[in-house]
Design a binder for this molecule. Structure first.
Ligand SMILES: Cc1ncc(COP(=O)(O)O)c(C=O)c1O
Length: 586
């Protein structure tokens, strides 16, 4: 034990006194792991972060190079994840530079989502304002559980919800919203709110004891299962409503039949979920008609009104075209694109009839993960139903305390800052340019495919970002063959054979991509595959899992994709098809 007094542990020149206890020396030592509490010039943290970003950015290649970060080849089966079991906590600290280098190395082999050859499933690169705003929260960790711990940063959430409410056509003084952990998080919030409204607030004490139903289209996202499962309602309480096979949206007559039957049986409907842009087909359900049916078939006495939730994670941003002058067309979109934009906007704006809406910024908000905004039309009702008694260790120092009614306790300010910064930065015009530009590029691909006799676009009428297409052997007329496979049950063997071809081509493209293959001077495009884009005409109820249409998929979410990207896509798909056939897979 030392006789030295605590206040003398630190010598005047800021280093630990030789006689200070070990714990104090270590404590002084570990201060270097944190930013200084005072302003310093130059700013050490800023320099370290800037250096780290430069290092991770340097994993990108020169123009014309591949879209994978770092130097390949990479094993298409993935890194050796099982090796991770060997990890153990080291006895001592390692250097900061080494730790940062190790962090940067983890990005090797990942796709650069901003690259012109990258167009897999809905994965948008984040815009600079959103990344920077989110990163700022890493420095001072605002916790948007309540105003006390986040102060002005709460405004990012509140202002975002006001902007979204206005876009939705809701009163921003009555509506509200919460940033949460994803489209599935929004869905989960929506279902919990619905259960509480329909089964009453007591259900939060007693648990869910009633088999109320959730009505959602067949095309609705699979997170319908996550939500019914995790809320305790049970996946068996989902009723899948048939979809119109051409438009892929909810068949309103089927919906009415189901609602009438439930009404007669005295079974409550917890929620009807409208998908406002399905993942592949961009099918948009008719919200206004659903609202009319809810008015026509109220729940039996003793239960609250059925809840109308819109899963708009892929579709919400089309609201920004409400302000577009379609007559003047100031952005000069081509006629087909202009029509598609208008159709999307008209369909999406029906969300004004919803009770709640889920909006992903990490999809059509070009923000980093996770970044989603759950919007409710009447925040007062939501708060009345969902509030809990506060906690002994938290006081309501300010007037905004969302922690009283959120699922999460701590909430990072990162998603609110990222979403808010995007809204501020883009404005109507920014969203219009990005969204409309994607449709222009998508149109380019569809026209390109039309020129190829052995390729066919299978979703020419969809107005979303996705182009789904099939490739056939070079001596097959793709359009004729596909028409038969789509409609004729006696062609099911051929359908299945060619489905296998799509799958093998997709697998080959993936392998080549990760291995760093170059085809005729071109690096590989990164695309996806859909194994259930739509059923055949003779399998409308989807009872036969083999009578489904597979399609190769281009989801061109980034603004660097251009006509050349689409030329490369066609070229590499054909090369992969030839390889698959050469290897005797067909
Ligand atoms: C229509 C739809 N809803 C919900 C989700 C789930 O969203 P998240 O992945 O953000 O949880 C997705 C994801 O692609 C989706 O496409």
């Amino acid at each position: 034990m030392t006789d030295l007094k605590f206040k003398n542990f630190l010598s005047k020149d800021g280093i630990a006194h030789v006689d200070a206890p070990q714990w104090f020396k270590k404590r002084i030592d570990i201060r270097k792991a944190f930013p200084l509490p005072y302003r310093e010039t130059p700013d050490t943290l800023a320099a370290i972060v800037s250096d780290a970003i430069t290092k991770v950015d340097n994993l990108k290649h020169q123009k014309g190079g591949p879209s994978l970060l770092g130097d390949g080849p990479f094993d298409p089966r993935g890194p050796r994840y099982q090796e991770a079991q060997k990890a153990q906590l080291a006895p001592h600290m390692q250097g900061l530079a080494e730790t940062i280098d190790q962090s940067v190395a983890l990005f090797k082999g990942l796709s650069n989502w901003n690259h012109p050859l990258v167009m897999p499933n809905v994965i948008p690169p984040a815009n600079i304002a959103s990344m920077t705003a989110a990163m700022l929260t890493e420095v001072f960790s605002p916790n948007i559980i309540e105003g006390e711990y986040s102060w002005n940063v709460e405004l990012a959430e509140l202002e975002s919800t006001a902007m979204l409410a206005r876009l939705l056509g809701w009163d921003p003084g009555i509506a509200g919203g919460l940033y949460t952990f994803g489209g599935s998080g929004c869905y989960f919030y929506g279902l919990k709110y619905a259960l509480t409204r329909v089964l009453g607030k007591e259900s939060r004490l007693t648990g869910i004891r009633t088999d109320g139903k959730v009505l959602v289209s067949q095309q609705g996202h699979y997170c319908k299962m996550n939500s019914t499962d995790w809320t305790g309602l049970g996946m068996n309480n989902i009723i899948n409503i048939e979809t119109d096979p051409d438009a892929n949206c909810m068949d309103i007559e089927c919906l009415e039949e189901v609602m009438e039957e439930l009404n007669k049986a005295g079974t409550p409907i917890i929620s009807i979920i409208c998908t406002m842009g399905s993942t592949d087909a961009f099918a948009v359900d008719p919200v206004k008609k659903v609202r009319e049916l809810i008015e026509k078939y109220p729940n039996p006495p003793g239960f609250g009104r059925p809840f109308l939730y819109c899963d708009a994670v892929i579709g919400w941003a089309w609201l920004c075209f409400k302000s577009y002058d379609f007559e003047e067309n100031p952005m000069q979109f081509r006629p087909q694109v202009l029509d598609a934009i208008k159709t999307n906007m008209e369909a999406i704006k029906q969300m004004e009839y919803a009770d709640a809406v889920g909006c992903d910024f990490h999809k059509v908000g070009w923000s980093p993960y996770n970044c989603s905004l759950f919007m409710v039309k009447d925040i007062g009702e939501y708060q009345r139903l969902m509030s809990r008694p506060g906690s002994d260790y938290l006081q309501e120092r300010t007037s905004y305390n969302p922690g009283n009614y959120t699922l999460e306790v701590s909430r990072s300010g990162a998603y609110a800052m990222a979403g808010w910064a995007t809204l501020k930065y883009f404005g109507h015009e920014g969203f219009q340019a990005v969204l409309g530009g994607i449709l222009e590029v998508q149109q380019e691909l569809r026209e390109r495919i039309q020129q190829e006799a052995d390729m066919v676009c299978v979703n020419p009428d969809d107005n979303g970002f996705v182009t789904l297409f099939r490739i056939y052997p070079s001596d097959v007329n793709a359009s004729v063959q596909y028409a038969k496979e789509l409609s004729w049950s006696d062609c099911q063997d051929e359908l299945m054979k060619h489905n296998r071809l799509q799958e093998k081509v997709a697998d080959t493209l993936w392998d080549w991509y990760k291995e760093g293959r170059v085809i005729d001077g071109c690096h590989l495009t990164y695309t996806s595959l859909s194994t259930g884009f739509r059923p055949t005409e003779y399998n409308r109820d989807e009872s036969d899992p083999d009578a489904m249409i597979y399609g190769l998929k281009s989801f061109p979410m980034n603004v660097f994709i251009d006509a050349d990207s689409m030329d490369t896509l066609v070229k590499v798909v054909k090369a992969a098809r030839d390889e698959v056939i050469k290897e005797g897979w067909l």
